[in-house]
Design a protein around this ligand. Structure first.
Ligand code: F0G
Length: 460
């Protein structure tokens, strides 16, 4: 007997649905859905350190999982039926050099390295939960639209578990090679649409509805349940002391939404008193949230979100033919599907939204990697955003900040090589065309003849 159900996030509606229903939006009002629980009927831990007992149960696959070892906080399926491929073996590391780069005191800047997940991004947290729900409802085929990481993750879970066949929709030429190679190699049917992520997102919703295919984008509320555990692992690594800030890149806004939900629930259950502030970082070339939040003043407003502001914004965007354009291809998104949930998270976590330029992203990426945690461009937006917010005095230099490094360095080697290669042509084509002017942290390779004396000369 599960005490889980689905609930519309619109406070005026609050329609509820069975946990086994396959929905992405409320059938009554069209709002997004949450997975919710009858907490009073469940045995919930009285403190977060309760979860430490599972450290000695790592021989049980679900307790080895960095997602399911927190099963008590996302109990929508029986533990033994929860799908895992070993996700969530991530690490939180304090980085004095990156702290220095962003203008913060030593000992106050932490990097949560989600690139360590089996498919190389944070998406595996959500996919473990999403495929678990797919299994619960007997889905045979699962689909997603993606800027690359969701598709890699879905393809991997389907390949590893053989529970469902994966079909992934991507914008043609819009995803980094590392990610495309994963979807192909894991055997997903890969549909390259002549369009961008938003086009792929629109088409996958139509296709999955018409063909009865299980949708595994972050519109799926079960996926976001898994992503809550990123925050639980951050808290665990900080010995259950909340940091002052969580800084996360914003694309489709699933991650920020799930972090907010995690904190709302932890607070409600009496497991966490202090709530960290949330900073969501857009790329300047894909800044829908930034504009809506900071320029249009859009807010959660106790669930009474002003839809006319959103509609007018998108109408204008289409009229001007303004399309997202950033080398951080993972977050090159015009219409973030989780916008309303993200507004709720920003409201609960007293959040801010900022944006960073292409130059700021690639420089931050080089600094992060030079200190040992290679990440892809979108992930570096978290560090670049922190730097900006420290400079603006929004984040105090002594505040404890956790930046989420969402994806692995090897996802997008092209940007990395263009930055470091020293080749003017490659730089101009891949970075200069995007407005990156220089590469102050480039580590240029040295060309030399195949001659030991000349090579030894370089060693001095
Ligand atoms: N960082 C990386 C590496 C991502 O792949 C994504 C999203 C984000 C940040 C943004 O997270 O959407 O939750 O705000 N990638 C999606 C995908 C859209 O299809 O892989 P978000």
């Amino acid at each position: 007997m599960t005490h889980a159900f689905q609930r519309c996030i619109n406070p005026n509606c609050q329609a509820t649905y069975d946990v086994r229903q396959v929905l992405c939006r409320c059938e009554r009002c069209g709002s997004l859905l949450d997975v919710d629980y009858e907490w009073d009927k469940l045995e919930t831990p009285s403190k977060l350190s309760y979860f430490e007992k599972f450290w000695t149960e790592r021989y049980i696959p679900q307790r080895f999982s960095g997602v399911w070892r927190f099963h008590e906080l996302l109990p929508f399926a029986p533990l033994e039926e929860c799908v895992t491929v070993g996700e969530g073996q991530t690490i939180l590391r304090e980085s004095p050099c990156v702290a220095n780069y962003v203008g913060k005191s030593a000992g106050t800047l932490y990097l949560q390295y989600e690139g360590l997940n089996p498919s190389g991004s944070f998406k595996d947290n959500g996919m473990a939960a999403g495929t678990t729900h797919g299994r619960l409802v007997g889905a045979r085929q699962a689909a997603c639209a993606s800027t690359g990481n969701t598709s890699a993750s879905l393809a991997m879970y389907c390949g590893a578990t053989q529970l469902m066949k994966a079909v992934v929709f991507v914008g043609s030429g819009k995803i980094a090679f590392g990610k495309l190679s994963q979807a192909l190699d894991y055997g997903a049917r890969t549909i390259q649409i002549a369009g961008d992520f938003d086009d792929a997102m629109a088409r996958v919703q139509e296709a999955s509805q018409r063909k009865g295919i299980y949708l595994l984008n972050s519109l799926n509320p079960f996926r976001l349940e898994g992503q809550k555990t990123i925050m639980l692992r951050v808290l665990e690594a900080l010995r259950w002391q909340a940091p002052d800030w969580i800084v996360v890149p914003g694309g489709n806004l699933g991650n920020s939404s799930s972090f907010g939900k995690a904190f709302i629930e932890l607070h409600k259950l009496g497991l966490l008193q202090k709530i960290p502030r949330l900073a969501v970082v857009n790329a300047a070339g894909a800044d829908t949230l930034y504009r809506l939040y900071n320029q249009e003043g859009l807010r959660w407003n106790q669930g009474q979100i002003d839809q006319t502001v959103i509609d007018a914004f998108y109408t204008q965007m289409d009229k001007e033919n303004r399309r997202a354009n950033t080398l951080a291809s993972a977050i090159e998104i015009n219409r973030p599907v989780n916008l309303t949930k993200c507004l709720r998270a920003l409201d609960f976590c007293n959040g801010v939204v900022t944006k960073v330029t292409e130059q700021e992203i690639v420089d931050a990426k080089a600094q992060i990697a030079a200190n040992g945690f290679g990440c892809e461009p979108a992930s570096a937006a978290s560090v670049a955003g922190t730097k900006k917010l420290v400079e603006e005095g929004v984040i105090d230099k002594d505040a404890r900040v956790v930046c989420i490094l969402t994806g692995h360095q090897l996802k997008d080697p092209n940007v990395t090589v263009a930055y470091h290669s020293g080749s003017a042509e490659e730089f101009a084509a891949k970075l200069g065309a995007r407005g990156v002017q220089n590469a102050p942290y480039a580590n240029n390779p040295v060309q030399v003849a195949n001659d030991i004396e000349q090579i030894l000369d370089l060693m001095q």
